[in-house]
Write a protein that binds this ligand. Structure first.
Ligand SMILES: Cc1ncc(COP(=O)(O)O)c(C=O)c1O
Length: 374
């Protein structure tokens, strides 16, 4: 038997005690048997591949992409992804988190300015923390404030490169950003757009190719992250951009350089997944129909494309947890979203609707939610 572990350092134990006291202690949940409304599997594709036999054998890639791991199959996959996501080139990452960390930590340089939507995902914010650029948030989707900050920083730092960072579909508010406005503001102010399509990959656009090109089919952003862990129902991500941008990331993005390349089995599976996602037009339509049906239960008409993420504000940590528990007791897997994921005072339930929910499940959830959401 190994010796008993030492107690945690006091400072770590204090942090744990604090979140326990505040009611925001996180623990890994047990499998839930009711109807799930937490998953990001918006198109219901996550299980479609369960009977597929892949031909690749289980062999490791043996190194990073810059060493032994640059399998030709990865290059083919990245070319296919570039076609799908309408960009000159793409670069594969093992997750969206890793992709955003790579982009944000390597692109904005010391003295540059990053203007980011305050509700951007942790992966974008963590990447920014690794960058030596100045970072300023703008209020969620407040493009007047963004414009003001762009103009102000352009005057204050005439030699700095400006970057604007936004998600397409925000994971916590469930709101869409406006690529037309973002593109125009960047163009007018000499800024570059860095965009994260995590929650819109597969959900909207030609072949599920995302929100940016749905609006601006002939335009490009500096960098767009497409993830495969949500609507495509798998894992991994691509950063799409010019070949020059991809060359830059290969040279300077440490989360790309210092990690093992994917094994062939992963590459083959990813290829299957992106084809499946591209072909899933029926699921995209079904998802929209089900979302319209769900809103109709509350007498609401929402114009398409409707976001599959529906936040229900319930202010207060214990209040929000209590409502989530009541819904769980009725057989709906619904989770309370608490600080630090969202700001204190903006606690919410986050309902994710997928193409596989039945109309009856949606009707029942709507009924159960009525006391808290109209
Ligand atoms: C907006 C956004 N970007 C990036 C990520 C990270 O993607 P992945 O889960 O593939 O690491 C997430 C995950 O929740 C997200 O919501």
């Amino acid at each position: 038997m190994p010796e008993p572990h030492l107690p945690l350092p006091l400072s770590l134990q204090k942090r744990l005690d604090k979140v326990q006291l505040e009611g925001t202690f996180r623990s890994l949940p047990k499998p839930f048997t009711g109807v799930d409304f937490t998953s990001n599997d918006y198109l219901g594709l996550a299980h479609d591949g369960k009977n597929i036999k892949f031909t690749s054998s289980l062999e490791g890639s043996m190194g990073s992409r810059l060493l032994q791991g640059n399998l030709p199959q990865i290059l083919d996959l990245e070319k296919e992804a570039a076609l799908l996501f309408q960009s000159e080139a793409t670069l594969w990452f093992s997750s969206g988190y890793q992709a955003n960390l790579a982009v944000m930590s390597s692109i904005p340089q010391k003295g540059d300015i990053i203007l980011f939507d305050q509700e951007c995902h942790a992966s974008l914010k963590d990447g920014m923390r690794l960058s030596l650029a100045h970072k300023f948030g703008y209020k969620h989707l407040d493009y007047f404030q963004l414009e003001k900050k762009l103009k102000l920083n352009r005057i204050k730092f005439p030699n700095a490169q400006l970057y604007v960072v936004s998600e397409s579909l925000f994971s916590m508010s469930g709101k869409w950003s406006d690529p037309n406005i973002l593109y125009a503001l960047c163009e007018q102010n000499g800024a570059y757009l860095i965009y994260d399509e995590a929650h819109s990959t597969g959900v909207v656009g030609n072949n599920g190719g995302g929100w940016f090109h749905y609006h601006l089919p002939n335009k490009t952003a500096l960098s767009i992250t497409y993830t495969l862990g949500k609507a495509p129902g798998f894992a991994g991500a691509f950063v799409a951009g010019s070949q020059r941008l991809i060359n830059y990331l290969i040279n300077f993005a440490r989360p790309f350089i210092y990690t093992t390349a994917p094994p062939n089995l992963m590459v083959e599976a990813t290829r299957w997944v992106i084809h499946k996602m591209a072909m899933a037009e029926d699921r995209r339509l079904e998802l929209q129909e089900k979302l319209a049906f769900f809103y109709a239960q509350f007498g609401k008409t929402v114009s398409a494309p409707i976001s599959p993420i529906i936040p229900i504000p319930i202010t207060g940590i214990s209040e929000c947890k209590e409502v989530a528990q009541q819904l769980q007791n009725q057989g709906f897997n619904v989770k309370a979203i608490l600080p630090p994921t969202v700001l204190p005072g903006t606690e919410r339930l986050r309902i994710n609707i997928t193409a596989l929910h039945t109309y009856e499940e949606l009707r029942n959830l709507a009924k159960a939610l009525k006391p808290w959401w109209s």
